[in-house]
Write a protein that binds this ligand. Structure first.
Ligand code: HEC
Length: 196
């Protein structure tokens, strides 16, 4: 093979490595996941101060809505540094964590007459991108509910969480289509790459 062809091959292999391999490293200063010696994830602390990327209410994907309307509030946060990286590059860096905090709906307290406000935390789930540990990139954890939040958690099997996220999440397993702030970033990037 000529020198030039080797060079082309190198570029292609490099591009493939970025696409399918370990991806972008974690940005400096980002809160990182912490694991116990036997590989369980410690519950991330302070997710409430991460970037708030979206909220929905009563979103159900199992088809069997539990409980009465309006269903639970779903609040989604991610590390601020991961968000900035996504905004800059259009990619979620390694060690990105998205926290899904589910809150019960409450109403008719204090001066409230109509509508719903968020009550107590019902459950906390985490999506974590860590290709060093998980060859497919993402793993999914549940830290239980309310006062009973667990301090550590082990990932679910792929058929419980990963497969649906891989098939239906709009960008790299993440349900960007449901989070206005990420949707906006994605739309702006698509627009500028079209040169509009
Ligand atoms: C049938 C599809 C489906 C399955 C199975 C599923 N999810 Fe999700 N997940 C969603 C959808 C849709 C959202 C969008 C936001 C929401 O629910 O509020 C989501 C959002 C999330 C988020 C927020 C970050 C993101 O990736 O968008 C986390 C964390 C999460 N799910 C955890 C889990 C865990 C843990 C499991 C397994 C116990 C699981 N999911 C199983 C559909 C699914």
């Amino acid at each position: 093979m000529s020198k030039r062809n080797w060079a082309v091959l190198g570029v292609v292999a490099g591009a493939l490595a970025v696409q399918g391999g370990a991806g972008d490293g974690p940005p400096e200063g980002m809160p990182l996941p912490s694991y116990t010696q036997d590989g369980a994830l410690r519950r991330p602390q302070g997710y409430e101060s991460w970037m708030y990327v979206g909220a929905s209410i009563g979103l159900s994907y199992a088809g069997n809505t539990t409980g009465k309307p309006p269903g639970l509030f779903h609040n989604v946060y991610m590390q601020r540094e991961a968000f900035e990286h996504y905004r800059r590059t259009g990619r979620f860096p390694e060690k990105t964590m998205l926290a899904l905090a589910l809150h019960e709906p409450r109403q008719k307290e204090s001066i409230n007459r109509d509508g719903y406000f968020q009550g107590d935390l019902e459950a906390l789930e985490i999506a974590l991108k860590d290709s060093e540990r998980y060859p497919d990139g993402w793993a999914y954890y549940d830290f239980g509910s309310g006062d009973g939040l667990k301090s550590t958690s082990t990932p679910f099997s792929k058929d419980r969480c990963f497969n649906c996220h891989r098939q239906n999440g709009e960008d790299d397993n993440v349900f960007v289509q449901f989070y206005p702030i990420l949707r906006q970033v994605r739309a702006a990037r698509a627009k500028s790459s079209r040169g509009d």
